[in-house]
Design a protein around this ligand. Structure first.
Ligand code: ADP
Ligand code: MG
Length: 305
């Protein structure tokens, strides 16, 4: 058994029509970790996940899941992974129990090994087991998608934006389930999300994908440490000379004469910045702060990578 649950090398995908969605991705995901894939819309996250799931064919590169190369052992590699897709693609004429049974059949799980009741219980749909999918609420459908990803108890569970547009209660329930699968069953979890906070709470490691490439990959702690950048913009009373260099504080003069001071909120306080200015005789006419948003962060990480 290899060291990593997922090994991706030189992965490329060019869709028909020429769109290059993945431009040579190398990525490993350690066994038993919760791994976050972050990135702006259109970055290639779903393409990557759908290739892992065997739903989209790759153009080049290799994918190994639990030691099984997709091209050499397609059956084993497929059995090792379960995917909760981004899109709600449920057959409206199935009941939750029916949908789980059909899915188990597709994965060749023998009747004696099926655990539909246990899964229904876990996703909180026991009392809806015999209701038609079309009568379920959006939240219930999402939970059913999670259930479907679990019928063959895969070693790797992938969730593609499971909480996009989902209310807070359901989000918490989903994450509780996912944590439990990770802790109690040692399942490796890969998830994509738009919510930084969610990634921070859930993930051990994060990769940031941008324009079909891995822009950054690090432990959540290290990566989010780079995301707490704040910028203080001051307008001085009079033009100022250069400020002494201080580690962790970046100073740039903008075209409009304001000075942008960027610092890490976890290391440096606004007070530290103001003190630096005062100590250097800068008199402040006006001051405001800017917070880096996710898009800015992606951009700055892409630039530095
Ligand atoms: P993400 O999940 O990060 O938002 P996607 O993997 O869905 O990104 O998309 C990556 C790029 O590939 C986008 O430019 C998207 O428009 C394009 N794309 C996705 N699916 C298809 C498809 N079936 N055919 C052509 N282009 C596609
Ligand atoms: Mg997507």
């Amino acid at each position: 058994m290899t060291q990593d649950a997922i090994q991706i090398e030189g992965l490329r995908k060019t869709y028909q029509g020429g769109k290059e969605a993945l431009k040579g991705v190398d990525l490993t995901v350690p066994h038993g970790s919760v791994f976050g894939l972050l990135g702006p819309n259109g970055a290639g996250k779903s393409t990557l996940i759908n290739i892992l799931a065997g739903l989209v064919s790759k153009t080049a590169g290799s994918v190994t899941i639990q030691g099984w190369d997709q091209d050499v052992n397609p059956r084993q590699s497929r059995a090792a992974i379960g995917v909760m897709p981004q899109e709600l693609n449920l057959d409206p004429f199935f009941t939750p129990r029916g949908a789980l049974e059909v899915q188990a059949g597709l994965y060749g799980v023998p009747k004696s090994e099926r655990r539909s009741d246990e899964i229904l219980e876990m996703i909180g749909l026991t009392d809806k087991a015999e209701a038609y999918a079309r009568t379920l609420s959006g939240g219930m459908r999402r939970r059913l998608l999670l259930g479907k990803a679990l019928v063959h108890w895969p070693r790797v569970l992938v969730l593609d934006e499971p909480t996009a547009g989902v209310d807070i209660e359901l989000r918490q329930m989903l994450w509780e389930n996912v944590r439990k699968l990770n802790r109690e069953r040692g399942m490796t979890i890969i998830l994509t999300t738009h919510y930084l906070e969610e990634a921070e709470q859930m993930c051990d490691e994060i990769a940031i994908i941008n324009h079909g490439e891995v822009a950054a990959r690090d432990s959540t702690r290290n990566l989010l440490g780079q995301l707490d950048a704040k910028t203080m913009v001051i307008q001085p009373e009079t033009a100022i000379g250069s400020l002494p260099e201080v580690e962790g504080i970046g100073v740039t003069t903008r075209d409009d004469g304001t000075i942008a001071i960027t610092y890490r909120a976890r290391q440096t306080s606004a007070e530290d910045v103001l003190t630096l200015l005062r100590d250097n005789g800068v008199r402040i006419r006006d001051v405001r702060t800017e917070q880096a948003d996710l898009e800015d962060v992606f951009l700055s990480l892409t630039r530095s990578a």
